[in-house]
Design a binder for this molecule. Structure first.
Ligand SMILES: Nc1ncnc2c1ncn2[C@@H]1O[C@H](COP(=O)(O)OP(=O)(O)OP(=O)(O)O)[C@@H](O)[C@H]1O
Length: 218
């Protein structure tokens, strides 16, 4: 089992309910209209937003359980998160951004090396640059690299290819496929691009207008 989610969240007068279970690893795409609550769900799995109640487990480990009073801090969840708005550290250069999680990961958890990451993402020439000097596509590739290099057990990717051009997109898609198939890391993936989802996703979870998900999915 990879993602096992059954949570509620009351926020701003709205009620969100998410309930799904994926029996196998692979890539799970989240589909839903703007404002439906996809990023909110990723934030809860990452430990950045606290659910009102319920339980979240990934790859068999409980990350949150309100009844059992379990709420692992984000840094203990081993989650690689590519944020929709990237959130590169503005006061650190590209090298420092990329190595932030890498330095903090245990050596045995690092499943991708730095040279390979730089080559695949085409960001080796940007190492000394400040995030504010990067183009949208460059910043997006650095954000993907930072997430992959942190030695994560699972990945949360919120529109990770939104500003990447066609040629680089193909290379990054191949990396994501490798992470999915060879390294067998579970991935939760938000995208509005149908062709991306058709190519990558093992299953699609619809997120409804009120943040509700369908019954457990295979
Ligand atoms: N901190 C907050 N306080 C109150 N409401 C919030 C907060 N953060 C987000 N929301 C609201 O929660 C709802 C879900 O937001 P979320 O960003 O999860 O949607 P989304 O499905 O990811 O949308 P998009 O596809 O546009 O990125 C939105 O109506 C948003 O305005």
């Amino acid at each position: 089992m990879s993602f096992d989610v059954d949570v509620t969240l009351q926020r701003g007068g709205r009620s969100f309910e998410y309930r799904f279970r994926t029996e196998k690893g692979g890539l799970t795409a989240l589909f839903g209209t703007s404002g439906a609550g996809k990023s909110t769900l990723l934030d809860m799995i990452a430990g950045l937003v606290r659910p009102t109640s319920g339980r979240i487990a990934v790859a068999g480990e409980t990350l949150f359980d309100s009844a059992a009073r379990i709420d692992l801090p984000p840094e203990h969840r081993r989650c690689g998160y590519v944020f929709q708005d990237l959130r590169l550290f503005p006061h650190r250069n590209v090298r420092e951004n990329l190595l932030y999680g890498w330095k903090r990961a245990r050596p045995e958890h690092r499943w991708l090396d730095v040279p390979t990451t730089l080559e695949v993402l085409g960001i080796g020439h940007l190492l000394a640059r400040a995030p504010r000097s990067l183009s949208g596509g460059e910043a997006q590739r650095v954000a993907i690299g930072r997430a992959l290099l942190s030695g994560p057990r699972f990945l949360l990717m919120d529109e990770p290819l939104a500003s990447v051009d066609a040629q680089r997109r193909e290379e990054i898609l191949r990396v994501i496929e490798r992470v999915r198939d060879e390294l067998r890391r579970p991935i939760l993936y938000v995208s509005h691009d149908r062709s991306e989802v058709d190519r990558l996703a093992d299953r699609v979870i619809p997120i409804g207008a009120a943040g509700t998900t369908s019954p457990p999915a295979p």
